[in-house]
Ligand binder design. Sequence first.
Ligand code: ZN
Length: 529
Amino acid sequence: MKIRILVPISTLFFLALSTGVFSQNGAGDFGFDMPDVRMHLLFLSSDELRGRKTGELGNQVAAKYISEQFRRIGLQTADSLGSYYQDIDFKKVKPPSDGTFQTDFGTYKVGEDIIVLDDYASESENQLVFANYAWQGDPKINLSDLEVEGKWVLAHLGTPEDQDFQNALFNYSREKRKIVKDAGAKGLIEIYQGRIPWQFLARFLSREQLSIADAGEDESDFLYALIDGSSHEELQTIEAAMNSDAELIHSGRSEIKLSSSNIVGILPGTDARLRDEYIVLSAHYDHVGAEVQQGNPRTLQDSIFNGARDNAFGVTAMLTTAQSLAKRPLRRSVVFVAFTAEEDGLLGSEYFVNHPVVPLDKIIFNLNTDGAGYNDTSIVSVFGLERLGIEEQIRDACSSVGLGVFGDPAPDQNLFDRSDNVSFAKVGIPAPTISPGFKEFDEAIMEHYHQPSDEAATLDFDYLLRFSRAYSLIARSIGNSAKRPRWTPGDKYESAFKELYGDLPEVIEEEIPKKKGKKKKKKKKKSTT
Ligand SMILES: [Zn+2]
Protein backbone atom coordinates (compact mmCIF):
# COMPACT_ATOMS: atom_id res chain seq x y z
CA MET A 1 0.00 0.00 0.00
CA LYS A 2 1.22 3.42 -0.89
CA ILE A 3 0.72 6.02 1.76
CA ARG A 4 0.85 9.62 0.68
CA ILE A 5 1.40 12.02 3.53
CA LEU A 6 0.51 15.41 2.14
CA VAL A 7 1.55 17.51 5.08
CA PRO A 8 4.39 16.20 7.19
CA ILE A 9 4.29 16.96 10.90
CA SER A 10 7.50 18.92 10.54
CA THR A 11 5.78 21.23 8.05
CA LEU A 12 3.07 22.07 10.55
CA PHE A 13 5.76 22.81 13.07
CA PHE A 14 7.54 25.19 10.71
CA LEU A 15 4.29 26.78 9.71
CA ALA A 16 3.35 27.30 13.33
CA LEU A 17 6.69 28.91 14.03
CA SER A 18 6.63 31.08 10.95
CA THR A 19 3.19 32.48 11.63
CA GLY A 20 3.94 33.37 15.20
CA VAL A 21 1.75 30.78 16.89
CA PHE A 22 4.51 30.26 19.45
CA SER A 23 3.92 32.99 21.96
CA GLN A 24 7.37 32.81 23.52
CA ASN A 25 10.15 33.66 21.08
CA GLY A 26 13.17 32.89 23.20
CA ALA A 27 16.63 31.85 21.98
CA GLY A 28 15.41 28.25 21.88
CA ASP A 29 13.00 28.96 19.05
CA PHE A 30 15.45 31.03 17.06
CA GLY A 31 18.68 29.19 17.70
CA PHE A 32 20.60 32.40 18.32
CA ASP A 33 20.73 35.08 20.95
CA MET A 34 22.50 38.26 22.01
CA PRO A 35 26.04 36.79 22.19
CA ASP A 36 25.76 35.76 18.53
CA VAL A 37 24.67 39.13 17.21
CA ARG A 38 27.27 40.90 19.34
CA MET A 39 30.05 38.67 18.07
CA HIS A 40 29.25 39.21 14.38
CA LEU A 41 28.59 42.93 14.66
CA LEU A 42 31.61 43.71 16.83
CA PHE A 43 33.98 41.78 14.60
CA LEU A 44 32.69 43.05 11.26
CA SER A 45 32.55 46.70 12.32
CA SER A 46 35.87 46.66 14.16
CA ASP A 47 38.52 49.30 13.43
CA GLU A 48 40.89 46.50 12.41
CA LEU A 49 38.82 45.85 9.28
CA ARG A 50 39.30 49.48 8.26
CA GLY A 51 35.95 49.99 6.60
CA ARG A 52 35.96 46.73 4.55
CA LYS A 53 36.63 48.54 1.29
CA THR A 54 36.34 46.24 -1.73
CA GLY A 55 39.66 44.62 -2.62
CA GLU A 56 41.47 45.84 0.53
CA LEU A 57 42.73 43.64 3.37
CA GLY A 58 39.85 44.46 5.74
CA ASN A 59 37.38 43.40 3.06
CA GLN A 60 39.20 40.10 2.62
CA VAL A 61 39.29 39.46 6.38
CA ALA A 62 35.54 40.10 6.57
CA ALA A 63 35.04 37.62 3.71
CA LYS A 64 37.13 35.04 5.55
CA TYR A 65 35.13 35.56 8.74
CA ILE A 66 31.81 35.08 6.92
CA SER A 67 33.01 31.97 5.09
CA GLU A 68 34.23 30.42 8.34
CA GLN A 69 30.85 31.15 9.92
CA PHE A 70 29.22 29.35 7.01
CA ARG A 71 31.54 26.40 7.65
CA ARG A 72 30.77 26.39 11.40
CA ILE A 73 27.04 26.47 10.69
CA GLY A 74 27.42 23.58 8.26
CA LEU A 75 26.28 25.23 5.02
CA GLN A 76 27.22 23.49 1.79
CA THR A 77 29.30 25.02 -0.96
CA ALA A 78 27.83 25.54 -4.43
CA ASP A 79 28.83 22.79 -6.88
CA SER A 80 30.04 25.31 -9.43
CA LEU A 81 32.31 27.08 -6.90
CA GLY A 82 33.76 24.26 -4.81
CA SER A 83 34.28 26.65 -1.89
CA TYR A 84 32.35 29.45 -0.23
CA TYR A 85 34.14 32.00 -2.42
CA GLN A 86 32.76 33.40 -5.66
CA ASP A 87 35.83 35.31 -6.80
CA ILE A 88 35.40 38.45 -8.91
CA ASP A 89 38.08 40.34 -10.84
CA PHE A 90 37.69 44.10 -10.72
CA LYS A 91 39.49 47.00 -12.33
CA LYS A 92 39.79 50.47 -10.89
CA VAL A 93 40.06 53.04 -13.64
CA LYS A 94 40.78 56.74 -13.54
CA PRO A 95 39.84 58.35 -16.87
CA PRO A 96 42.43 60.37 -18.84
CA SER A 97 42.90 63.91 -17.56
CA ASP A 98 44.56 65.51 -20.58
CA GLY A 99 44.45 65.55 -24.38
CA THR A 100 42.30 66.70 -27.31
CA PHE A 101 39.42 65.42 -29.39
CA GLN A 102 39.50 66.98 -32.83
CA THR A 103 36.64 66.90 -35.36
CA ASP A 104 35.60 68.87 -38.47
CA PHE A 105 33.12 70.86 -36.36
CA GLY A 106 35.14 71.56 -33.22
CA THR A 107 38.05 70.78 -30.90
CA TYR A 108 37.41 69.53 -27.36
CA LYS A 109 39.65 69.23 -24.35
CA VAL A 110 39.91 65.78 -22.76
CA GLY A 111 39.06 65.87 -19.04
CA GLU A 112 37.08 69.09 -19.47
CA ASP A 113 34.81 68.99 -22.54
CA ILE A 114 34.97 65.26 -23.09
CA ILE A 115 35.36 62.48 -20.52
CA VAL A 116 36.88 59.34 -22.00
CA LEU A 117 35.46 56.50 -19.91
CA ASP A 118 36.74 53.55 -21.90
CA ASP A 119 39.60 53.51 -24.33
CA TYR A 120 42.71 51.39 -24.64
CA ALA A 121 44.55 53.45 -27.22
CA SER A 122 45.97 56.82 -26.23
CA GLU A 123 46.10 57.99 -29.83
CA SER A 124 43.56 57.11 -32.50
CA GLU A 125 41.91 58.40 -35.67
CA ASN A 126 38.57 57.41 -37.12
CA GLN A 127 35.46 58.46 -38.99
CA LEU A 128 32.67 59.83 -36.79
CA VAL A 129 28.98 59.29 -37.69
CA PHE A 130 26.08 61.04 -35.98
CA ALA A 131 23.17 58.65 -35.27
CA ASN A 132 20.73 60.81 -33.25
CA TYR A 133 19.95 58.53 -30.23
CA ALA A 134 21.35 55.34 -31.78
CA TRP A 135 18.34 53.55 -30.33
CA GLN A 136 15.64 51.23 -31.65
CA GLY A 137 12.63 53.17 -32.90
CA ASP A 138 14.53 56.42 -33.29
CA PRO A 139 12.20 58.74 -35.27
CA LYS A 140 15.07 60.39 -37.20
CA ILE A 141 17.58 57.69 -38.02
CA ASN A 142 17.61 53.96 -38.29
CA LEU A 143 21.05 52.84 -37.15
CA SER A 144 21.04 49.97 -39.64
CA ASP A 145 20.68 52.49 -42.51
CA LEU A 146 23.99 54.11 -41.54
CA GLU A 147 27.48 53.02 -42.49
CA VAL A 148 28.97 52.59 -39.01
CA GLU A 149 31.18 49.55 -39.54
CA GLY A 150 34.58 50.27 -37.99
CA LYS A 151 33.63 53.89 -37.18
CA TRP A 152 32.85 55.86 -34.04
CA VAL A 153 29.18 56.67 -33.44
CA LEU A 154 28.16 60.06 -32.02
CA ALA A 155 24.72 60.08 -30.37
CA HIS A 156 22.56 61.97 -27.90
CA LEU A 157 22.58 60.54 -24.38
CA GLY A 158 19.42 58.63 -23.43
CA THR A 159 16.63 57.46 -25.69
CA PRO A 160 14.05 59.32 -27.83
CA GLU A 161 11.57 58.89 -24.93
CA ASP A 162 13.79 59.36 -21.90
CA GLN A 163 16.70 61.77 -21.51
CA ASP A 164 16.90 61.66 -17.71
CA PHE A 165 20.65 61.50 -17.26
CA GLN A 166 20.58 58.97 -14.41
CA ASN A 167 18.50 56.52 -16.43
CA ALA A 168 20.60 57.28 -19.48
CA LEU A 169 23.93 56.69 -17.78
CA PHE A 170 23.07 53.82 -15.50
CA ASN A 171 20.44 51.95 -17.53
CA TYR A 172 20.51 52.73 -21.26
CA SER A 173 24.15 53.46 -21.85
CA ARG A 174 25.40 49.92 -21.51
CA GLU A 175 22.65 48.64 -23.81
CA LYS A 176 23.39 51.37 -26.32
CA ARG A 177 27.06 50.43 -26.37
CA LYS A 178 25.99 46.88 -27.16
CA ILE A 179 23.66 48.03 -29.95
CA VAL A 180 26.40 50.13 -31.50
CA LYS A 181 29.02 47.39 -31.05
CA ASP A 182 26.70 44.81 -32.64
CA ALA A 183 26.36 47.15 -35.62
CA GLY A 184 30.12 46.89 -36.06
CA ALA A 185 31.11 50.31 -34.73
CA LYS A 186 34.36 50.86 -32.82
CA GLY A 187 33.12 53.42 -30.35
CA LEU A 188 30.29 55.48 -28.90
CA ILE A 189 30.46 59.13 -27.88
CA GLU A 190 27.32 60.38 -26.15
CA ILE A 191 26.29 64.05 -26.10
CA TYR A 192 25.19 65.33 -22.68
CA GLN A 193 22.62 68.13 -22.29
CA GLY A 194 21.03 67.35 -18.90
CA ARG A 195 19.78 69.48 -16.03
CA ILE A 196 22.81 68.77 -13.80
CA PRO A 197 25.65 71.17 -14.69
CA TRP A 198 28.24 69.47 -16.91
CA GLN A 199 31.14 70.43 -14.62
CA PHE A 200 29.49 68.56 -11.76
CA LEU A 201 28.92 65.45 -13.86
CA ALA A 202 32.41 65.64 -15.37
CA ARG A 203 33.98 65.72 -11.91
CA PHE A 204 31.84 62.75 -10.86
CA LEU A 205 32.79 60.75 -13.94
CA SER A 206 36.48 61.66 -13.75
CA ARG A 207 36.98 60.04 -10.36
CA GLU A 208 38.60 56.67 -9.92
CA GLN A 209 35.92 54.05 -10.40
CA LEU A 210 35.59 50.33 -9.78
CA SER A 211 34.03 48.01 -12.34
CA ILE A 212 33.92 44.29 -13.07
CA ALA A 213 36.79 43.23 -15.33
CA ASP A 214 35.12 41.02 -17.90
CA ALA A 215 37.23 38.25 -19.33
CA GLY A 216 38.76 39.20 -22.69
CA GLU A 217 37.95 42.86 -22.19
CA ASP A 218 41.60 43.90 -22.31
CA GLU A 219 41.74 43.06 -26.00
CA SER A 220 38.75 45.29 -26.72
CA ASP A 221 39.45 48.53 -28.53
CA PHE A 222 35.98 50.03 -28.15
CA LEU A 223 35.92 53.72 -27.25
CA TYR A 224 33.28 55.12 -24.90
CA ALA A 225 33.11 58.80 -24.01
CA LEU A 226 30.72 61.52 -22.88
CA ILE A 227 30.93 64.99 -24.42
CA ASP A 228 29.49 68.28 -23.14
CA GLY A 229 26.65 69.32 -25.45
CA SER A 230 25.24 71.91 -23.04
CA SER A 231 27.88 74.56 -23.74
CA HIS A 232 28.72 73.56 -27.33
CA GLU A 233 25.92 74.67 -29.63
CA GLU A 234 27.33 72.84 -32.66
CA LEU A 235 26.62 69.55 -30.85
CA GLN A 236 22.97 70.49 -30.29
CA THR A 237 22.25 71.29 -33.93
CA ILE A 238 24.29 68.56 -35.54
CA GLU A 239 22.66 67.03 -38.61
CA ALA A 240 21.52 63.46 -38.89
CA ALA A 241 23.98 61.08 -40.56
CA MET A 242 26.73 63.73 -40.48
CA ASN A 243 30.20 62.29 -41.11
CA SER A 244 33.44 63.80 -39.85
CA ASP A 245 37.10 62.94 -39.48
CA ALA A 246 38.06 62.65 -35.84
CA GLU A 247 41.25 62.28 -33.82
CA LEU A 248 41.55 61.51 -30.14
CA ILE A 249 44.77 61.91 -28.17
CA HIS A 250 44.81 61.53 -24.42
CA SER A 251 47.02 60.87 -21.38
CA GLY A 252 46.76 60.43 -17.64
CA ARG A 253 44.62 57.30 -17.60
CA SER A 254 45.32 54.82 -14.80
CA GLU A 255 44.07 51.31 -14.29
CA ILE A 256 44.71 48.83 -11.49
CA LYS A 257 43.36 45.31 -11.10
CA LEU A 258 42.04 43.95 -7.84
CA SER A 259 39.90 41.08 -6.66
CA SER A 260 37.24 40.43 -4.08
CA SER A 261 34.58 37.78 -3.52
CA ASN A 262 30.95 37.12 -2.83
CA ILE A 263 30.62 34.55 -0.05
CA VAL A 264 28.02 31.88 -0.84
CA GLY A 265 26.64 29.00 1.25
CA ILE A 266 23.72 26.64 0.64
CA LEU A 267 21.25 24.98 3.00
CA PRO A 268 19.27 22.18 1.29
CA GLY A 269 15.51 22.12 1.73
CA THR A 270 13.60 19.31 3.41
CA ASP A 271 10.61 18.93 1.10
CA ALA A 272 11.10 16.63 -1.89
CA ARG A 273 8.70 18.74 -3.98
CA LEU A 274 10.18 22.11 -3.04
CA ARG A 275 13.87 21.61 -2.41
CA ASP A 276 14.73 22.36 -6.04
CA GLU A 277 13.47 25.88 -5.40
CA TYR A 278 15.68 28.41 -3.68
CA ILE A 279 15.29 31.55 -1.69
CA VAL A 280 18.36 33.81 -1.59
CA LEU A 281 19.11 35.61 1.67
CA SER A 282 21.63 38.36 1.07
CA ALA A 283 23.49 41.26 2.63
CA HIS A 284 26.50 43.22 1.39
CA TYR A 285 29.59 43.12 3.62
CA ASP A 286 31.78 45.73 1.92
CA HIS A 287 31.85 49.37 3.00
CA VAL A 288 33.68 52.54 1.98
CA GLY A 289 37.06 52.15 3.72
CA ALA A 290 39.10 54.55 5.82
CA GLU A 291 40.88 57.91 5.82
CA VAL A 292 39.58 59.40 2.66
CA GLN A 293 36.02 59.90 1.52
CA GLN A 294 35.43 61.64 -1.79
CA GLY A 295 38.91 63.11 -1.66
CA ASN A 296 38.66 64.59 1.83
CA PRO A 297 40.78 63.38 4.73
CA ARG A 298 38.86 62.74 7.93
CA THR A 299 39.58 64.07 11.39
CA LEU A 300 42.48 62.85 13.50
CA GLN A 301 40.04 61.45 16.05
CA ASP A 302 38.43 58.99 13.68
CA SER A 303 39.08 58.17 10.09
CA ILE A 304 37.56 54.70 9.83
CA PHE A 305 34.17 54.17 8.25
CA ASN A 306 33.19 51.14 10.33
CA GLY A 307 29.87 50.58 8.58
CA ALA A 308 28.17 49.07 11.64
CA ARG A 309 24.71 49.93 10.30
CA ASP A 310 25.83 49.79 6.69
CA ASN A 311 25.97 46.85 6.57
CA ALA A 312 27.51 44.79 9.41
CA PHE A 313 23.96 45.02 10.77
CA GLY A 314 22.48 43.22 7.78
CA VAL A 315 25.30 40.64 7.60
CA THR A 316 24.64 39.88 11.27
CA ALA A 317 20.96 39.29 10.50
CA MET A 318 21.90 37.04 7.58
CA LEU A 319 24.49 35.02 9.57
CA THR A 320 22.23 34.51 12.60
CA THR A 321 19.42 33.51 10.25
CA ALA A 322 21.73 30.92 8.67
CA GLN A 323 22.38 29.58 12.16
CA SER A 324 18.66 29.51 12.89
CA LEU A 325 17.60 27.88 9.64
CA ALA A 326 20.39 25.29 9.75
CA LYS A 327 18.96 24.03 13.06
CA ARG A 328 15.48 23.64 11.53
CA PRO A 329 15.78 23.80 7.75
CA LEU A 330 13.03 25.04 5.48
CA ARG A 331 11.02 23.13 2.90
CA ARG A 332 12.81 25.09 0.16
CA SER A 333 16.57 25.33 -0.17
CA VAL A 334 18.31 28.53 0.84
CA VAL A 335 21.30 30.30 -0.73
CA PHE A 336 23.03 32.64 1.71
CA VAL A 337 25.19 35.24 0.04
CA ALA A 338 27.29 38.09 1.37
CA PHE A 339 27.92 40.52 -1.48
CA THR A 340 31.03 42.56 -2.06
CA ALA A 341 31.27 45.89 -3.97
CA GLU A 342 27.75 47.13 -3.21
CA GLU A 343 29.13 50.56 -2.38
CA ASP A 344 30.80 50.70 -5.80
CA GLY A 345 27.52 50.32 -7.69
CA LEU A 346 25.90 46.99 -6.68
CA LEU A 347 28.66 45.13 -8.52
CA GLY A 348 28.77 41.98 -6.36
CA SER A 349 25.06 41.25 -6.76
CA GLU A 350 25.22 42.06 -10.47
CA TYR A 351 28.01 39.52 -10.84
CA PHE A 352 26.08 36.95 -8.80
CA VAL A 353 23.00 37.25 -11.01
CA ASN A 354 25.13 37.07 -14.18
CA HIS A 355 26.99 34.03 -12.81
CA PRO A 356 24.32 32.28 -10.73
CA VAL A 357 25.34 29.25 -8.65
CA VAL A 358 21.86 27.72 -9.05
CA PRO A 359 19.57 28.29 -12.08
CA LEU A 360 17.98 31.74 -11.91
CA ASP A 361 14.50 30.39 -12.65
CA LYS A 362 14.81 28.17 -9.58
CA ILE A 363 15.36 31.21 -7.34
CA ILE A 364 11.85 32.18 -6.30
CA PHE A 365 12.70 35.01 -3.92
CA ASN A 366 15.52 37.21 -2.69
CA LEU A 367 15.33 38.83 0.72
CA ASN A 368 18.11 41.38 0.85
CA THR A 369 18.99 43.37 3.94
CA ASP A 370 20.78 46.71 3.83
CA GLY A 371 20.25 50.15 5.20
CA ALA A 372 21.42 53.69 5.73
CA GLY A 373 20.65 53.44 9.45
CA TYR A 374 17.55 53.71 11.62
CA ASN A 375 15.61 56.23 13.66
CA ASP A 376 12.66 54.11 14.74
CA THR A 377 13.36 50.88 16.62
CA SER A 378 9.67 49.92 16.78
CA ILE A 379 9.57 49.05 13.08
CA VAL A 380 11.46 47.59 10.17
CA SER A 381 11.30 49.25 6.76
CA VAL A 382 10.70 47.13 3.69
CA PHE A 383 11.41 48.48 0.21
CA GLY A 384 8.88 46.75 -2.03
CA LEU A 385 6.50 45.79 0.81
CA GLU A 386 3.32 46.19 -1.21
CA ARG A 387 4.61 44.95 -4.57
CA LEU A 388 4.97 41.20 -4.03
CA GLY A 389 1.81 39.79 -2.48
CA ILE A 390 3.59 38.94 0.78
CA GLU A 391 2.84 41.98 2.92
CA GLU A 392 0.79 39.98 5.39
CA GLN A 393 3.49 37.32 5.78
CA ILE A 394 6.06 40.03 6.46
CA ARG A 395 3.81 41.81 8.95
CA ASP A 396 3.02 38.57 10.77
CA ALA A 397 6.68 37.63 11.02
CA CYS A 398 7.68 41.03 12.36
CA SER A 399 4.79 41.29 14.81
CA SER A 400 5.83 38.03 16.47
CA VAL A 401 8.96 39.84 17.65
CA GLY A 402 7.03 42.99 18.48
CA LEU A 403 8.02 45.01 15.41
CA GLY A 404 5.79 46.99 13.08
CA VAL A 405 6.46 47.35 9.36
CA PHE A 406 6.82 50.46 7.24
CA GLY A 407 6.81 50.27 3.46
CA ASP A 408 9.03 52.34 1.19
CA PRO A 409 10.45 55.30 3.11
CA ALA A 410 11.47 58.31 1.00
CA PRO A 411 9.63 57.24 -2.18
CA ASP A 412 11.28 60.10 -4.09
CA GLN A 413 14.66 58.42 -3.48
CA ASN A 414 13.49 55.17 -5.14
CA LEU A 415 15.35 53.11 -2.54
CA PHE A 416 14.02 49.87 -4.01
CA ASP A 417 16.29 50.33 -7.01
CA ARG A 418 19.33 51.35 -4.98
CA SER A 419 20.38 48.20 -3.21
CA ASP A 420 21.44 44.70 -4.22
CA ASN A 421 17.85 43.45 -4.43
CA VAL A 422 17.46 45.30 -7.73
CA SER A 423 19.99 43.01 -9.42
CA PHE A 424 17.46 40.22 -8.82
CA ALA A 425 14.38 42.34 -9.60
CA LYS A 426 15.80 43.27 -13.01
CA VAL A 427 15.69 39.63 -14.09
CA GLY A 428 12.20 39.23 -12.62
CA ILE A 429 12.91 37.63 -9.24
CA PRO A 430 10.68 39.01 -6.44
CA ALA A 431 13.24 40.80 -4.27
CA PRO A 432 12.51 43.26 -1.47
CA THR A 433 15.13 44.85 0.79
CA ILE A 434 14.46 44.90 4.52
CA SER A 435 16.13 47.80 6.26
CA PRO A 436 16.47 48.91 9.89
CA GLY A 437 13.50 51.12 10.77
CA PHE A 438 13.20 54.55 9.25
CA LYS A 439 10.44 56.49 7.52
CA GLU A 440 12.44 59.28 5.94
CA PHE A 441 15.98 60.58 5.61
CA ASP A 442 16.30 62.98 8.53
CA GLU A 443 19.19 64.30 10.64
CA ALA A 444 19.22 61.17 12.78
CA ILE A 445 19.92 59.06 9.67
CA MET A 446 22.40 61.46 8.10
CA GLU A 447 24.38 61.74 11.37
CA HIS A 448 25.78 58.23 10.82
CA TYR A 449 25.13 57.49 7.14
CA HIS A 450 28.55 56.94 5.50
CA GLN A 451 30.26 58.57 8.49
CA PRO A 452 33.03 57.36 10.84
CA SER A 453 30.42 57.48 13.64
CA ASP A 454 28.57 54.52 12.11
CA GLU A 455 30.20 52.21 14.64
CA ALA A 456 29.27 49.65 17.29
CA ALA A 457 29.40 52.17 20.16
CA THR A 458 26.40 54.05 18.72
CA LEU A 459 24.33 50.93 18.02
CA ASP A 460 21.21 49.55 19.73
CA PHE A 461 21.99 45.83 20.13
CA ASP A 462 18.54 44.93 21.46
CA TYR A 463 17.12 46.26 18.23
CA LEU A 464 19.73 44.39 16.18
CA LEU A 465 18.67 41.14 17.88
CA ARG A 466 14.99 41.75 17.21
CA PHE A 467 15.68 42.80 13.64
CA SER A 468 17.71 39.64 13.04
CA ARG A 469 14.88 37.53 14.44
CA ALA A 470 12.34 39.30 12.25
CA TYR A 471 14.57 38.65 9.23
CA SER A 472 14.82 34.95 10.10
CA LEU A 473 11.03 34.67 10.53
CA ILE A 474 10.29 36.29 7.16
CA ALA A 475 12.73 33.87 5.52
CA ARG A 476 11.08 30.96 7.33
CA SER A 477 7.64 32.07 6.29
CA ILE A 478 8.44 32.47 2.57
CA GLY A 479 10.71 29.42 2.44
CA ASN A 480 7.96 27.18 3.81
CA SER A 481 4.94 28.71 2.12
CA ALA A 482 3.00 26.97 -0.65
CA LYS A 483 2.44 30.36 -2.23
CA ARG A 484 5.28 32.03 -4.12
CA PRO A 485 5.86 35.77 -4.02
CA ARG A 486 4.99 37.52 -7.29
CA TRP A 487 4.90 41.09 -8.57
CA THR A 488 1.55 42.83 -8.42
CA PRO A 489 0.00 43.18 -11.90
CA GLY A 490 1.46 46.13 -13.79
CA ASP A 491 4.66 46.33 -11.73
CA LYS A 492 7.65 47.39 -13.81
CA TYR A 493 9.35 44.05 -13.09
CA GLU A 494 6.30 41.89 -13.89
CA SER A 495 7.22 41.23 -17.51
CA ALA A 496 10.73 40.10 -16.51
CA PHE A 497 9.08 37.76 -14.00
CA LYS A 498 6.94 36.20 -16.73
CA GLU A 499 9.93 35.87 -19.01
CA LEU A 500 11.97 34.14 -16.32
CA TYR A 501 9.40 31.71 -14.93
CA GLY A 502 6.82 31.40 -17.72
CA ASP A 503 3.20 31.01 -16.65
CA LEU A 504 3.16 30.08 -12.99
CA PRO A 505 0.06 28.98 -11.11
CA GLU A 506 -0.80 31.15 -8.10
CA VAL A 507 -0.17 28.27 -5.71
CA ILE A 508 2.16 25.55 -6.90
CA GLU A 509 0.81 22.74 -4.73
CA GLU A 510 -2.18 21.96 -2.57
CA GLU A 511 -2.68 24.73 -0.07
CA ILE A 512 -1.54 23.47 3.30
CA PRO A 513 -4.60 23.23 5.59
CA LYS A 514 -4.66 25.86 8.29
CA LYS A 515 -3.75 24.47 11.69
CA LYS A 516 -6.84 23.80 13.75
CA GLY A 517 -7.56 26.29 16.48
CA LYS A 518 -5.41 28.97 14.87
CA LYS A 519 -6.53 32.07 16.66
CA LYS A 520 -4.70 34.79 14.85
CA LYS A 521 -6.85 37.55 13.45
CA LYS A 522 -6.13 39.11 10.10
CA LYS A 523 -3.72 41.97 10.60
CA LYS A 524 -4.56 45.56 9.89
CA LYS A 525 -2.88 46.79 6.72
CA LYS A 526 -1.74 50.13 8.07
CA SER A 527 1.78 50.38 9.39
CA THR A 528 2.19 50.41 13.13
CA THR A 529 4.71 52.63 14.79
ZN1 ZN B 1 24.60 49.47 2.34
